[in-house]
Design a protein around this ligand. Structure first.
Ligand SMILES: Nc1nc2c(ncn2[C@@H]2O[C@H](COP(=O)(O)OP(=O)(O)O)[C@@H](O)[C@H]2O)c(=O)[nH]1
Ligand SMILES: [Mg+2]
Length: 375
């Protein structure tokens, strides 16, 4: 590829994304907003041991907890990953067909690059991928759609196959996972799905509802606790999230739990406060639970490049170890998987492809790429 100055790249991206966004059909859901630079951490405040958290095993569902018993949605599970990725697939796979139809001329390759940008793989990856696929296709004399698809498949899989995707489990004692992300990104749902998976694997799980901003947030987690047989630890509305994390660690130790999952709030109204709060939760878990084994950042797969900006703020505040990309079922921008891994150097460990309990999948590059390129 030709080297362009960063400014030029930014301008080109902005222009392309604007054009493409206007063309791409797809529902776009926006998150809370986009944080910029990272805040600095505040000093450690040890939480008081007499926390307000209580174990509440019997929480009734509330009207504003749509997650709990939401149906699978309009995509039948039988259609598999390709069905769930239909929106992004329409963008990427359609472009491959057009490419061949147009006789693989320059304009056609440009349209493939635009399609990859529309799917939000990011400028650098789109440029590199098209250059590589073009080179390979020429070298192999690939002329039909199937051959070009194969070349693109190989390039995409290679691009995505980096990093360790396994979620950490301690050999003894309680494993601790901290789940972060902006409001609405799918944290609580992801925690619930993880609880289902882990309890099904025979593990004893405690869920700590450290989003204390609204009581409904803890109720929502309570529904998942009920469904999965996990124990719920919650605090009073407005309680210090770190105190709930602390109580969660105590409850997990008392129960001899295998896993403690801490759900958090993600309000961005005051980014600095949020990041300070998360830092404090992490420090409390370091003190009371021997550390955090996995800090997952949940990103809404429908917000496109905003997810990268959000991730940069979170990774600066807490040591994120892996990403969970949600709502890929409703997104035409599933290529964001490529962009976030490239930009952040962090592995995507999980993908959310629906609201149902089974709709959280370990991220598998081959299955994902096949889903994207299926005809
Ligand atoms: N379609 C779809 N919806 C999801 C997915 N993950 C979460 N959601 C929905 O996104 C909304 C916000 O999720 P929630 O877990 O409450 O987000 P939180 O604010 O980050 O805790 C809820 O309506 C969820 O059902 C997913 O993978 N696919
Ligand atoms: Mg939540």
């Amino acid at each position: 590829m030709e080297l362009l100055a960063p400014d030029t790249l930014v301008a080109v991206t902005a222009a392309l994304v604007a054009v493409v966004a206007a063309l791409v059909v797809g529902r776009r859901r926006r998150g809370d907003g986009t944080p910029g630079a990272a805040p600095d951490a505040s000093p450690v405040d040890a939480p008081t041991p007499d926390v307000t958290a209580e174990v509440a095993p019997d929480v009734a569902p509330t009207p504003d907890t749509p997650t709990a018993d939401a149906p699978t949605g309009d995509v039948a599970p039988a259609r598999g990953l390709a069905g769930r990725l239909a929106r992004t697939r329409a963008v990427v796979s359609g472009a491959v067909a057009d490419l061949v139809g147009a006789g693989l001329d320059d304009a056609a390759w440009e349209r493939l690059e635009e399609a990859l940008l529309a799917a939000d793989v990011g400028v650098a990856a789109a440029t590199d991928l098209v250059a590589e696929v073009r080179r390979e296709a020429r070298a192999r004399g690939a002329r039909d759609a199937a051959a070009v698809r194969t070349v693109l498949r190989t390039a995409l899989v290679a691009e995505l196959s980096t990093g360790d995707r396994d979620l950490a489990h301690r050999a003894d004692g309680t494993t601790v996972w901290l789940v972060t992300g902006v409001n609405g990104s799918g944290k609580t749902t992801t925690v619930g799905k993880l609880a289902a998976r882990e309890t099904a694997a025979g593990r004893r799980v405690v869920l700590a509802a450290a989003d204390t901003f609204r009581a409904a947030a803890a109720d929502q987690l309570g529904v998942w606790a009920d469904r999965t047989g996990a124990e719920l630890v919650r605090g009073a509305e407005g309680a210090d999230p770190a105190s709930v994390a602390y109580a969660g660690a105590e409850a997990a130790a008392a129960a001899g739990a295998d896993l403690l999952i801490v759900d958090t709030a993600g309000r961005l109204q005051n980014r600095r406060e949020l990041m300070d709060e998360l830092g404090k939760v992490a420090r409390v878990l370091a003190g009371r639970a021997g550390g955090v084994d996995e800090t997952l950042l949940v990103l809404d797969g429908t917000v496109g490049q905003n997810a990268v900006t959000q991730a940069e703020a979170f990774t600066a505040a807490v040591g994120v170890t892996g990403l969970a990309l949600t709502k890929l079922d409703g997104s035409s921008r599933g290529g964001i998987v490529v962009a976030v891994q490239r930009r952040l150097g962090l592995p995507v460990k999980l993908v959310g492809v629906g609201e149902d309990v089974a709709d959280l999948l370990p991220f598998d590059p081959v299955a994902f790429v096949d889903g994207l390129l299926a005809e």
